[in-house]
Ligand binder design. Structure first.
Ligand code: MN
Length: 167
């Protein structure tokens, strides 16, 4: 039977992935499995473990489960190198799933503990770390840990040799 779609008031254990993607602009794609798809948000600055930091998260189309396993270079991308790394991944417990609000506990290599995604506008959500034992005020996990959790490579290393991405 397929994994249940998260429902209000019911904890659902599923999987999340954060991919760092060098497209028109470098951004992070946060994806949380819901049944047979990955609900997705583009997070320009990436997640933070500092509960005082609010990160813009723009909802984008659901992606296939396979898309969440992709690490490599998208050929023919018009801008950016097209490089994608799996920046973080792991199990996730979705604690609340209501219209415009998602609360979850991540168990990733870099992201752990509670997070909340809250809609604040038409296509504007905010991602924020919960104030819990895994919170790290003042930290910047995206600069501390830029590498893929699967291969250990950075997106620049992955894009090395690809046009315009050797710096
Ligand atoms: Mn993307």
């Amino acid at each position: 039977m397929a994994a249940a779609t998260p429902a209000y008031g019911r904890r659902v254990s599923t999987r999340f992935v954060v991919q760092l993607h060098d497209a028109t602009t470098l951004h992070y794609d946060l994806r949380i499995q819901a049944g047979e798809v990955l609900r997705s948000w583009a997070v320009p600055k990436g997640p933070s473990l500092d509960p005082g930091v609010r990160r813009l998260a723009v909802p984008v189309d659901d992606h296939s489960l396979e898309a969440g396993d992709f690490e490599g270079v998208h050929e023919g991308q018009r801008r950016g190198s097209g490089a994608v790394i799996i920046w973080d991944e792991g199990p996730v417990d979705v604690l609340r799933d209501e219209p415009g609000h998602l609360a979850f506990t991540a168990h990733g290599g870099k992201l752990s503990g509670g997070f909340a995604l809250t809609r604040t506008g038409q296509r504007r959500w905010i991602l924020v770390k919960a104030r819990d034992e895994q919170a790290r005020p003042g930290s910047d996990i995206t600069t501390e840990r830029p590498e893929s959790v699967r291969s250990g490579r950075t997106w620049r290393e992955l894009a090395g040799g690809q046009a315009g991405a050797s710096s």
